[in-house]
Design a protein around this ligand. Structure first.
Ligand SMILES: Cc1ncc(COP(=O)(O)O)c(C=O)c1O
Length: 474
């Protein structure tokens, strides 16, 4: 493609993007596609000769877009959000145009230095104290893996990378039963193993880790000759928003010399509002903290903000300097690839910078506050319905509920059918979880373009579809 054609298609793409975002509300949220439909519609072999952009773009519109689930739909209430926004999209376009691989300071000094600056803005925005240094990881899963590797190396006297784990008693990591599966996976990959991830019960209204049980488990493991290394503490768990008491967890960790990583992948964005920061009280004593601006802070996937109190430990665990990566005469400079598992890195700071500058902190705070208050309003409306139960109370903008008409014999199946029918309907999109051994439906509010009317439409859709499902044969 020559640059004149590129310019034409860049304009057409921009027009398409604006039109798409202006009309996405009219599309079904979840793709109505059946498995295999799209695969079968695509040619079996690649083209030998060039195809026109007209043909490629037409296929994009007619084959691909209808098979997309619309995460930018204002009535996306499933999972957690993966927000984009116009300034973030523009920055992504520029990032793609620059096409830089930003692994070392010298492979793009502006990328490294902007990342340092914008991550410090973000640190201030969520109220973490000075002294925490930030790096943008591709995902919370990667940040958690980096933290667990650091915890492991510290606990093994920095011998694990060199000698492997065979020479040592088992390394132990602790978390609550509400922690995300990325913690399990990080333990697999770090060679710690599922059996050495100790999952502790929760208690209290926020379903936080039982701190007494946590300490007892650490003491018992030490007495048994095992090596307690770290605790992953959960703020805003994926299922129902469980939150540990971070201060209490950090106090236990301090008594036993353990590394603490806070997983606030979703809830962390809400910490830009001071009134929600009680959920992370004590995080200033943690070693590592992750949250995803790519979830709830209008910044296109992928952008995971990882803060550490002691970057040297992270670099000691992950840094490696073969001859071909040396940057002679540039010692003491941050090379962010040494803070992460992958070597190569995209220029992610640009979109965060565009977003924070273009909205300003106050508008971002207002967006989060709206989501939280609309979600809580919806929960109250459902609670007032005789046939619905709020099964887990709202944590920020997430709650779970259940359709429970009195005397119905098979509520789990009824709720599964309700969920399926709601999502087939296409106006809203919800996902399931379990709570207290029951199948329930979770709902979060957090999409960039969501309005109060969108949230209230969820109430209408849920009630309307529930009435239909109840009378249909199972
Ligand atoms: C609490 C929590 N932690 C970690 C993750 C993993 O995030 P990522 O997809 O960025 O790896 C998620 C994803 O939803 C999450 O909800």
């Amino acid at each position: 493609m020559n640059l004149d054609t590129f310019r034409i298609w860049a304009h057409k793409t921009a027009d398409w993007a604006a039109q798409f975002l202006a009309t996405v509300r009219a599309r079904p949220v979840r793709a109505p596609t059946k498995p295999g439909d799209i695969f079968r519609a695509l040619p079996v072999s690649p083209p030998q000769a060039p195809e026109t952009m007209d043909a490629i773009f037409a296929d994009f519109e007619h084959l691909i877009v209808p098979g997309m689930t619309h995460w930018q739909h204002p009535r996306f209430f499933a999972y957690f959000p993966a927000n984009a926004s116009p300034p973030s999209v523009l920055a992504e376009y520029l990032t793609a145009t620059l096409g830089a691989q930003c692994m070392l300071w010298q492979t793009s000094p502006a990328a490294t230095e902007l990342e340092q600056r914008v991550m410090d803005w973000l640190r201030q925005m969520i109220g973490l104290p000075e002294g925490f240094a930030g790096v943008i990881q591709d995902s919370a899963s990667s940040a958690t893996l980096a933290a667990i590797l650091t915890a492991r190396e510290k606990a093994l006297g920095w011998q694990g990378n060199a000698k492997g784990l065979a020479a040592h008693p088992a390394v132990r990591i602790y978390c609550s039963e509400h922690c995300h599966s990325s913690i399990d996976k990080a333990c697999w990959i770090a060679g710690i193993g599922q059996d050495n991830l100790v999952k502790l019960p929760v208690s209290g209204p926020l379903h936080g880790i039982d701190v007494g049980e946590l300490e007892a488990a650490i003491v018992a493991d030490k007495a048994g000759g095992l090596i307690p290394a770290g605790i992953v503490t959960c703020v805003g768990g994926t299922s129902i928003g469980a939150c540990d008491d971070v201060a209490a967890v950090c106090a236990v960790a301090k008594r036993h010399g353990l590394y603490v990583h806070v997983d606030a992948a979703w809830a962390g964005s809400a910490m830009i509002c001071p009134e929600f920061r009680h959920l992370i009280a004590g995080a200033e004593n943690a070693d590592s903290f992750v949250f995803n601006p790519h979830k709830w802070l209008l910044t296109n996937f992928d952008c995971s903000a990882h803060f550490v109190r002691d970057p040297e430990s992270l670099v000691r665990a992950l840094g490696i300097r073969p001859a071909y990566l040396q940057t002679l005469g540039r010692d003491g400079i941050v090379n962010f690839s040494e803070w992460s598992v992958p070597l190569g890195r995209r220029f992610r700071a640009l979109k965060l910078w565009f977003v924070v500058r273009s909205y300003g902190v106050e508008a971002l705070q207002q967006l989060i506050r709206n989501h939280v208050s609309w979600s809580q309003e919806l929960a109250e409306k459902l609670r007032a319905e005789p046939d619905f139960e709020i099964t887990s109370e709202p944590v920020l903008s997430l709650f779970s509920f259940r359709y429970a008409p009195k005397g119905h014999p098979t509520l789990d199946q009824l709720n599964a059918r309700l969920l399926q029918a709601v999502n087939d309907d296409g106006r809203i999109y919800l996902t399931p979880t379990t709570y207290a051994g029951q199948s329930v439906i979770r709902l979060q509010v957090g999409q960039t373009y969501t309005t109060r009317d969108d949230v209230m439409m969820a109430y209408d859709v849920i009630r309307e579809v529930a009435g239909r499902v109840r009378t249909e044969p199972a």
